[in-house]
Design a protein around this ligand. Structure first.
Ligand code: NAP
Length: 267
């Protein structure tokens, strides 16, 4: 079941205990879009555990975003929350530039904020289409474009897609699957283009992950678990662990790749 807190208890404990230790991302600055809760919050916390200062964007829930910022700051890292709707391209660019300005640099961009608009083909509207493409495709493109102006060698762009890009198990996912599949192409093309600058670009495709978007006790959970080799939902921290590896120096030779964190759903 989705926790009422933005952070899993294990993450809170680890954060407190890792403050100021020399870890992989010391001195780096990360920006996580949609970092106020769910997967984005877990990623923000995990990158801070690894030593990074972390900025996160949110759409409307300032309190949740501030809670994540407070946790990170209490552990000795810098953190800021920026209200920036990913469907607004100007807001996305402004957020990237503000983070680089306030935190002094930008090394890691995690394009996590996502629109999840489902429904039968004939009932989906043009507005649904435009919102989905704006948040899930245009925002990662524009944020990447703005971010690489601040990144130097060793930079990281990590997109959060979905295993629904690879396996269309349920009806009603046309917009969502379409938009998340676009991230595969964007990731490969940017991986190729930015390789010469030693900036890597990768895609993490979560499977069902226990968040408010898709609670592990939701109406479709039993069906989803039945398709999943490991038989259960991911914890947001499971997705964050893959992101942290790709962001770390150990991930330096991985680019253009798609990493499924889906418990074997797409096997
Ligand atoms: N959960 C899953 O099962 C699952 C599976 C595969 C892929 N994913 C992908 O993982 C990502 C995160 O999903 P989640 O389950 O963690 O979602 P979530 O629990 O709904 O959290 C979404 C977060 O993103 C922010 N956000 C949403 N729309 C935004 C926008 N237009 N602009 C800026 N911020 C926005 C929200 O801000 P506010 O708090 O202000 O509303 C919130 O902090 C998404 O890209 C999703 O497609 C999730």
């Amino acid at each position: 079941m989705a926790s009422s807190s933005a952070l899993p208890p294990s993450a809170k404990t680890r954060l407190a205990s890792t403050a100021l230790l020399p870890v992989a991302l010391n001195g780096k600055v990360a920006l996580v879009t949609g970092g106020g809760r769910g997967i984005g919050a877990a990623v923000a916390v995990r990158l801070a555990e690894e030593g990074a200062d972390v900025a996160l964007t949110f759409q409307q829930n300032q309190q949740r975003a501030d809670d994540v910022v407070d946790r990170i700051k209490a552990a000795g890292r810098r953190a800021i929350a920026v209200k920036a709707d990913s469907s607004d391209p100007a807001a996305v660019v402004e957020a990237v530039n503000r983070v680089a300005g306030e935190l002094g640099r930008l090394d890691i961009l995690v394009n996590n904020a996502g629109a999840f608009l489902l429904g039968p083909l004939e009932q989906l509207s043009l507005e649904d289409f435009e919102q989905t493409v704006a948040v899930n495709v245009r925002a990662p493109f524009i944020a990447s474009q703005a971010a690489v102006r601040h990144m130097s060698s060793g930079g990281r762009i990590i997109n959060i897609g979905s295993n629904m890009a690879e396996r269309a198990v349920f009806p009603g996912f046309s917009l969502y699957s379409m938009s998340k599949t676009a991230l595969i192409g964007l990731t490969k093309a940017l991986g190729r283009e930015l390789g010469g600058r030693a900036i890597t670009v990768n895609l993490v495709n979560p499977g069902a992950t226990d968040t408010e978007l898709n609670p592990a006790d939701g109406p479709n959970a039993d069906t989803i678990n039945g398709f999943t080799a490991l038989g259960h939902y991911a914890d947001p921290a499971d997705v964050a662990a893959a992101v942290a590896f790709l962001a770390s120096p150990d991930g330096r030779y991985i680019t253009g790749a798609t990493v499924n964190v889906d418990g074997g759903f797409t096997i």
